[in-house]
Every structure is written in structure tokens, then in C-alpha cells.
Design a protein around this ligand. Structure first.
Ligand code: AMP
Length: 195
């Protein structure tokens, strides 16, 4: 499963809750990048140049990281990717990884929210967490990138008939309930196959 949404739509929070309910691992590319930035690894030092300005980390770097993460054993029973793919080139790359592993996406969830609501949420979050990419100019740039590049990703999955849209505005629990209703409570692959 994938979860896609503009910055501030609560996708990270919802990804954790949904993955708990479905019993599958949540993988957030933003979290992996932030952990690498914090640890000052070569990947983190490279990623930071882009993240601080609200730009996408280049596809080649991001794709390689995702391929390596998806080769770990904990994804065997299914996974929820949060924040990837964000470009159509990443969609093609993910298709190839999944085809290679004989896997397929069951559902792509898009969380929706109005831009001005997102800006005010993110400015609030900036005060609490001090994330370096939560200034107003950077927030607006991240929203622009979402509209320019990630909406094309959403369109690709809509064409395939696996896209579900859920309104991301409301209480955290309400949004989770909406999501679980919308995706029809699928049985985790590990349970369905009796593993
Ligand atoms: P997020 O926590 O999902 O908002 O991601 C934080 C930042 O990490 C983004 O603004 C990008 O700089 C970088 N990032 C996360 N996922 C991707 C991706 N799929 N492609 C490129 N950059 C990404």
C-alpha cells in the first residue's frame, strides 16, 4: 500500500496508525532521510542539501535507498510506503522493484486537504518540532512541488483503478476511521496466506 498526500496532510501520523491496524511495516522516506541527516551519514549529507530548501532529493538517490529498504525481510508480509513515489520516474522504478519481487500494490491512498489549511498546520508544527523545512517559503515550495509533480503520480494510480481518496481534515482518529472504511479493511497478506 502507498499513502500519498501534500505536506501537512497528516500522512506520517496516519501511516503509523494504518500500518498498526493492518499489521504491516510503515516505511517513510522522509523519516529515513531525517535519520541519515541526524547521523551525518553520506546519504544524510547529500539529502540535506535538498531537504532544507524543500526540494526533492534526486530520484537516483531516493530510488536506491528505497530499493535497499524494500529488500529487507520485514516487508515480506506487506508494507505501507509513506512519501514515495513522489515523481513519475519513481513510479516506474517502484513498478520495476515490485515486478522483480513478484509483488503488486493493492491500494494507493491519497489524503486530501486545502493548501491554506496545510500552510497553517505546518506553521503550527514548526513551532513544536523546529523542523528546518517548516518555514513559510519552504512550505509553499513543497506544496508547489506536490501539485507540479506528485499529482501526476496520483493520476497514474487513478488510471490503474487502485486509487482511494480520503479527506484528511478532521481529528486524527476520525481520519483513520475514514481510511479504514475506504480501504475495506483488507486482510494482511501474512494472515491471508496463513504465514
Ligand atoms: P516528508 O517527511 O515526507 O515530508 O519528506 C521530507 C523531505 O524528504 C522532502 O521534502 C524531500 O526533501 C525528501 N523526500 C522524502 N521522500 C522523497 C521522495 N520520494 N523523493 C524525493 N525526496 C523525498
Amino acid at each position: 500500500m502507498l499513502i500519498i498526500g501534500p505536506p501537512g496532510s497528516g500522512k506520517g501520523t496516519q501511516a503509523e496508525r494504518i500500518s498498526d491496524r493492518l499489521g504491516v511495516v510503515a516505511i517513510s522516506t522522509g523519516d529515513i532521510f531525517r535519520a541519515n541527516v541526524k547521523g551525518e551519514t553520506p546519504l544524510g549529507i547529500e539529502a540535506r542539501k535538498y531537504m532544507d530548501n524543500g526540494d526533492f532529493v534526486p530520484d537516483a538517490v531516493t530510488n536506491k535507498m528505497v530499493r535497499s529498504r524494500l529488500s529487507e525481510e520485514d516487508v515480506d508480509g506487506g508494507f505501507l510506503l509513506d512519501g514515495y513515489p513522489r515523481t513519475t520516474a519513481q513510479v516506474d522504478y517502484l513498478d520495476a522493484i515490485l515486478a522483480n519481487g513478484g509483488q503488486q500494490l493493492d491500494v494507493v491512498l491519497q489524503l486530501t486537504a486545502d493548501d491554506e489549511e496545510l500552510v497553517s498546520r505546518l506553521l503550527g508544527r514548526a513551532k513544536e518540532t523546529g523542523r528546518s523545512d517548516d518555514t513559510e517559503a519552504v512550505i509553499r515550495h513543497r506544496l508547489d512541488l506536490y501539485h507540479q509533480q506528485t499529482e501526476a503520480v496520483v493520476a497514474r494510480y487513478a488510471e490503474r483503478g487502485i486509487l482511494t481518496r480520503v479527506d484528511g481534515i478532521g481529528g486524527i482518529g476520525d481520519v483513520t476511521d475514514r481510511v479504514m472504511g475506504a480501504i475495506g479493511n483488507p486482510v494482511p497478506a501474512s494472515v491471508a496466506s496463513g504465514r
